[in-house]
Write a protein of this length. Sequence first.
Length: 273
Amino acid sequence: MKNFKDRDFLIENSDLIVLDVRYSMSDAEYGRKSYEPSHYKGAHFLDMDQDLADEVGRHGGRHPLPNTKLFEEKLRSIGLENHSRVMIYDDGDNSSAGRLWWMLKYYGLEHVYVLHGGFKMLLPEDLTSDMPEKKQGNISLTEHPDMTAPSEEIVDYAKKGSTSEKLLIDSRSGDRYKGFVEPVDHKKGHIPHAANIFFKDHFNEDQTLDLEKATKNFADIMDVDDVIFHCGSGVTACTNIMALDELGKKSRLYVGSFSDYISYEDNVVERDV
């Protein structure tokens, strides 16, 4: 696989810059509390809310992209160069590693990987509580807006519907998509005409990617020219983008996602109940 790499790859490639992005939507301190007592030797911690997103505003969703210059400074402070090779891990639930994978691709890095199966695949001898050595990098970020879909395009799509050229896909669970439950946002349901492919459905019980499952799940969209993914706030949709990329197909991200869409009072939401 080109995006997912196993522990052996991590151990054998000592030049990798390793980034820990463990995260819980229900506990803002979970990631750091997990990282400090035990993390991969030399790994740096990046916080979803503080490092991988900007402050929440009226619009833009719950995880808008961070200020590019500030994010660049953060990456420089942990030693990143434009030629760096990066390994990212979360708990293995693929809920946050994909977000950083997508961001680094968006800003121009080529060699970005996610640890297949996540933190639990590491052995005790791989772990430490020591903080990593500080090293200054000089990475320069270049945004690639062609990898995103602006909110205006999504609103237009919601009014006109899908075509053979364009399809919007909601990456949340079926229950959230249908409007049965909504644990975070103030409205239930989904953007009109959006399809639903849950980001977790491509993975085995041990949370490793199953290419056969992914191929089956994405079978109906492989011939669509322009595929746009979203989720609740632009985090787990990136896992769908990464899985589809494994099959050789590019797609775009609606960064603000459902939480941005519903921040505009006139935008219509559909429910299956």
